[in-house]
Design a protein around this ligand. Structure first.
Ligand SMILES: [Mn+2]
Length: 512
């Protein structure tokens, strides 16, 4: 009986070291700890693949982008040392520009196989590759990135770059494999996730095309396994009979698919593996220089608060009672943009600022690689925006506030609860009211919100393009795009003002 094995990482986001950038404590993650597991599980009939979202996310990569972009990408150094065989592309790969991504792929020893990307309308890679194992088994690998990428990425980062529709691309590639090759299995690497429940097929989100995993498994015949990603969910199971995996982000899991051949019978078994407790110092040493520089840069104070700190001790309470940290983030966005209203969310895990504010405080608090956009929104759309945010809350059986189910499943999305500030802005959320009728007493510049008036609203580019399914942004005109990272906007503001006073008001009332 032959066995082949696929080991897959996905959504590593530059997390190589097993230490938190927020507090330097050792964590149960980091690619070096995954590497220990890979070493134990790998044999000659194994391939090691990465499914993308690899070169953006950690402060180390932000530092590399800002100050060391001419040098070899640290992720390429690590992936080369780990001897990856194939890599796919993720939607975040172009966040630091097409050239940065291209250089990363050139620096890699692994073969870049993402097939649905075109440059100047020419496909960059072939639709599939065939891999032969020493035991004689042959597989076809088909790789694609969510074509929804164009809804998020800054246009300047993807000039001349286009993305073929994932479903059509994979469907066609599978046909090509069936016509032209004799393979034992077809493996899809898909930097995208599942739009429907794997077992029931019930949609779990708006069917926008961002995630089409369920459609791939149910409508294309002949796929043996799908290595999915993008949603950062932990999945090891089957969708319409197709073996599939997905891992949590930041190198917290390794996916493994074992395929056994017994006569005509093929069996694919998925599993997820936790990071090892130990790691190779030699591997970590490959990025020691840039890590040390990053750590030094992270601890440099940029300015200070006029009093106290902005540390967040209870993150749920920070949303129920708008935390001064939120007011400060809105203050930066309002100052930068001149907008009437500013919306900001707290990431799922947030530290807040110490009295002396360092880059470490900023990257631990604003964890997204976003820029800003100012939109022209009618009062009616502003209200629709507030109503959708108000859906975040629910009441438990005792009548206490809790997070509503659809902000927790299929994955926690606390970052889709925006809190809105501005001059003379206040509003009330009645959690006990039906969805769509929860927001009252909305004031802007101390005047009641006018449904027909146009307001300028500043939010990050993710929200501005309707991210989180905020449809009211898609129909609103973009007034201005501010093509500077929000992290940089915050750092610029602090460096300019030096001693920060937070204009905090308890302006969002959340009541039963
Ligand atoms: Mn990701």
């Amino acid at each position: 009986m032959d066995r082949i094995r696929i080991l897959a990482t996905s959504d590593v986001h530059g997390y190589v070291t097993p230490f938190s950038y927020a507090n330097r404590k050792e964590v149960d993650g980091g690619l070096v700890k995954i590497a220990t597991q890979i070493e134990a599980l790998r044999d000659e009939n194994t391939i090691l693949v990465d499914n993308g979202d690899t070169i953006q996310g950690s402060p180390m990569l932000y530092y590399h982008h800002l100050f060391r972009s001419e040098t070899t990408n640290p992720m390429a150094k690590i992936l080369n040392a780990m001897k990856y065989d194939y890599v796919n592309t993720g939607n975040h790969e172009f966040n630091y520009g097409y050239e940065n991504a291209k250089k990363y792929y050139e620096d890699l020893d692994a073969k870049w196989i993402c097939g649905n990307i075109r440059y100047s309308n020419e496909s960059i890679n072939k639709p599939y590759v065939v891999h032969s194992f020493p035991n004689g088994r042959k597989i076809a690998l088909i790789a694609a990135v969510t074509d929804y990428i164009t809804n998020w990425e800054q246009p300047k980062n993807i000039v001349n770059v286009t993305f073929d529709k994932v479903f059509d691309f994979i469907s066609n590639a599978v046909s090509l494999v069936k016509t032209n090759e004799q393979v034992d299995a077809i493996i899809v690497l898909y930097h995208g996730g599942y739009e429907k429940d794997l077992e029931t097929g019930v949609p779990t989100e708006a069917l926008t095309g961002e995630n089409v995993g369920h459609r791939l498994c149910s409508e294309i015949d002949g796929i043996t396994a799908v290595v999915s990603g993008h949603q950062h969910r932990s999945i090891a199971g089957y969708c319409e009979g197709v073996c599939t995996t997905q891992t949590a982000f930041n190198a917290k899991e390794l996916a493994m698919i074992d395929i056994t051949f017994d006569g005509d019978e093929i069996k694919a078994v998925p599993s997820l593996i936790k990071p090892a407790a130990t790691y190779s110092e030699a591997l970590l040493g490959l990025i020691e220089d840039i890590e040390l520089e990053t750590q030094e840069w992270l601890d440099k104070p940029l300015g200070e608060l006029d009093e106290g700190d902005l540390l967040i001790h209870d993150i749920f309470d920070a949303r129920v009672h708008k935390h001064p940290m939120v007011s400060f983030l809105n203050q930066v966005q309002l100052e930068r943009s001149g907008a009437d209203l500013s919306g900001v969310a707290l990431a799922n895990e947030v530290v807040g600022f110490n009295h002396f504010i360092t880059m470490r405080d900023i990257v631990s608090t604003y964890v997204f690689p976003n820029t800003l956009a100012v939109l022209e929104m009618t009062g009616a759309n502003v209200l629709a925006y507030l109503e959708q945010c108000a859906e975040y809350f629910d009441l438990d059986e005792e009548g206490n506030f809790k997070v509503s189910k659809h902000f927790m499943e299929p994955k926690p999305q606390h970052y889709n609860y925006d809190m809105i500030d501005g001059e003379g802005v206040r509003y009330t959320i009645h959690v006990g009211n039906p969805v769509g009728q929860r927001v009252s007493d909305v004031y802007v510049k101390n005047e009641p919100l006018d449904m027909n008036k146009m307001y300028l609203v500043v939010v990050n580019n993710y929200r501005a393009t309707g991210g989180g399914n905020f449809e009211m942004f898609k129909v609103s005109k973009v007034h201005e795009e501010i093509q500077t990272d929000v992290v940089e906007c915050i750092a610029d503001y602090i460096q300019k003002v030096k001693v920060i006073h937070v204009n905090h008001e308890d302006s969002i009332k959340v009541v039963k």
